[in-house]
Design a protein around this ligand. Structure first.
Ligand code: SAM
Length: 228
């Protein structure tokens, strides 16, 4: 009788400790996911980490400022061959650079590039895709290596954000990297922060992230998640 009880106790403990705790990867991996040193990410890296966690193969996403195409190629890889990236920029140079990068990566069939301002981008996307956009990426400022006078502007940036915020899917993500350090960048940053802060917290989660002890007004990111 006693032995029987002890025996069943032993099996209970075996089950709890080995089957539920040690063998459950959710519990064991969540404590120490890796032994590697993980540095704090920069603002663009943080956006990429969140996009990587959120975007699924087959998704439809937007790069609102394609520039040299780094973000576009990153998004094209995430959506895979069945997904689609809509990319926008006002400069022909940026569209050409990005097309070249996509060709080299073999991603040209997953991306539709349009030379137009992001404030007018939603009109160029057909309803089927516009109703299913799961992520929108803004990397503001000027084209690296290009004309530094051609920059994103407060009015058009906020217009574009507003329009994408009104169509993004539930649980969709909008990432924005702002550059307060360049000419006109502080005004644009203030406009974006003011707009994002005014969003209804029942509809959007909004966070900002950046290094606070770096000189010359470093860039930071603002991430918005559409709630269900
Ligand atoms: C910082 S760059 C983008 C970098 C890019 N995401 C990359 O990975 O290389 C900003 C880009 O925004 C573009 N831009 C400026 N005003 C714009 C607008 N109204 N609509 C779309 N793109 C715009 C610029 O031409 C420039 O190429």
């Amino acid at each position: 009788m006693m032995f029987g009880r002890l025996h069943s106790c032993y099996f209970l403990w075996y089950y709890v400790v080995f089957e539920c705790i040690i063998e459950d990867p959710k519990l064991t991996n969540s404590i120490h996911p890796t032994d590697q040193y993980v540095r704090l990410p920069g603002p663009i890296e943080l956006c990429h980490l969140m996009l990587q966690a959120r975007i699924r193969r087959g998704d439809f996403v937007v790069d609102a400022t394609v520039g040299n195409g780094h973000d576009t190629a990153f998004l094209a890889e995430l959506v895979g061959p069945d997904g689609l990236v809509f990319g926008f920029d006002i400069q022909a140079e940026a569209i050409d650079q990005t097309s070249q990068r996509l060709l080299e990566a073999g991603f040209e069939n997953r991306v539709r590039l349009v030379q137009c301002g992001h404030e007018n981008a939603v009109e160029t996307i057909d309803d089927f895709h516009a109703d299913r956009i799961s992520a929108v990426v803004f990397n503001l400022g000027y084209l690296p290596g290009g004309d530094k006078k051609i920059v994103t502007t407060p009015r058009t940036t906020v217009q574009a954000l507003q329009r994408f915020a009104s169509i993004i899917s539930a649980e969709g993500l909008i990432t924005v990297v702002v550059y307060p350090g360049h000419e006109g960048g502080m005004e644009e940053t203030k406009a974006v922060v003011e707009w994002a802060s005014s969003l209804d917290s029942d509809k959007f989660l909004v966070t900002s992230y950046g290094f606070v002890n770096r000189p010359h007004h470093p860039p930071f990111s603002i991430l918005l998640e559409r709630r269900k």
